[in-house]
Unconditional design. Structure first.
Length: 337
């Protein structure tokens, strides 16, 4: 029931904001100048994280607007959009055009930098016992590495409904590795609603506020997000692994784990694309995404743009991975010795 509370609150806020803007904004015409002005203006009023990302949005306009006229071709306009949005380096900002791959503002995601430094198949074949289990349509992979439980969470959706069975499966474990590397996000309210067995008390995780108005800086009030105890408390030591591909709802789930005294975050810093994302369509059919929210962790820090750093940095290398060695996972296992 708590998940429904979170879900309907989030939908109500986003619907109100979307409707308010839809009723009063004229549709742009299908020409390069109006489409540029519309996209720039939408980010100007709706995107709240320019400061966090060190971007002067007016300067971006001054650089790129003179390059656009009514004779600008689609290819030229797309290239201008990419150059302008690349300054944000935001994993939640993207453009999708027909017959082309989705383009991301974040360089690591768009260019798949170090994408090969995590490989679940390697873990299945080189580390886990043969009787590992999967559930949630691949969202959960879990099993044993000796007497340590290993739980990979690929995304945050209704796969989190299986968490009670998974923790029961590991009731005799000496510790648990929660692998959030390459977690693709989803809907964090599924995680928060099912998080009860990880905590023995109510814990404040983060607060968020959503853009609400036609002027930059117009927001809703802050909304606090908590986790609350439920069921049998799982009080074993936990090591959580993260990397630069841990994004969005995955990062909010990392925040929840980081409020727990028995959790150590290891690996690499997360992506830093945490806020809620929405999509919009230009008159020519191009689809783009942006965020309309600010978040602040319980320690008062906004990790948008920087990512959530681990307590213990460990890097994998391509050479080690090619030799069947996951150094981050090895370091996590060492924590239990």
């Amino acid at each position: 029931m708590k998940n429904l509370k979170y879900f309907f609150f989030a939908i109500a806020v986003l619907t109100f904001v979307s409707c308010k803007k839809t009723f009063f904004e004229p549709e742009p015409q299908n020409n390069p100048v109006e489409m540029f002005d519309n996209l720039w203006s939408t980010f100007n009023t709706d995107y709240p994280n320019f400061e966090q990302r060190g971007v002067n949005w007016q300067e971006q306009y001054d650089i790129y607007r003179p390059q656009v006229n009514n004779n600008t071709s689609d290819d030229e306009l797309l290239d201008i959009f990419k150059q302008m949005l690349a300054a944000l380096d935001d994993g939640h900002v993207s453009i999708t055009v027909p017959n082309a791959d989705q383009w991301y503002s974040n360089t690591i995601i768009n260019d798949r930098i170090d994408n090969d430094l995590f490989d679940l198949e390697l873990i299945k074949t080189k580390y886990m016992d043969d009787n590992y289990l999967e559930s949630g349509y691949g969202g959960n992979t879990y099993g044993w590495i000796g007497n340590i439980g290993y739980y990979n969470i690929a995304w945050i959706q209704d796969n989190f409904l299986d968490i009670d069975d998974i923790l029961n499966y590991f009731s005799n474990a000496e510790g648990l590795i929660v692998d959030m590397r390459h977690n693709g996000g989803g809907d964090f309210t599924w995680a928060f609603s099912e998080f009860g067995r990880f905590t023995n008390e109510k814990r404040f995780v983060f607060k968020s506020r959503t853009v609400n108005g036609s002027n930059p800086g117009d927001f809703t009030d802050w909304w606090k997000w908590d986790i609350e105890p439920s069921g049998t408390y799982f009080n074993k030591p936990i090591v959580m692994l993260t990397d630069r591909y841990t994004i969005s709802a995955g990062e909010r789930t990392v925040m929840a784990f980081n409020t727990l005294p028995n959790v150590t975050q290891m690996g690499d810093t997360t992506c830093g694309a945490i806020a809620t994302v929405v999509g919009k369509v230009l008159p020519n059919g191009w689809y783009y995404t942006l965020v309309i929210q600010q978040t602040e962790f319980s320690n008062g820090v906004d990790y948008e743009g920087t990512g959530i750093p681990p307590q213990i940095y460990v890097q994998n290398t391509s050479e080690e991975m090619n030799n069947g060695v996951d150094a981050q996972l090895n370091a996590a296992l060492e924590q239990f010795k």
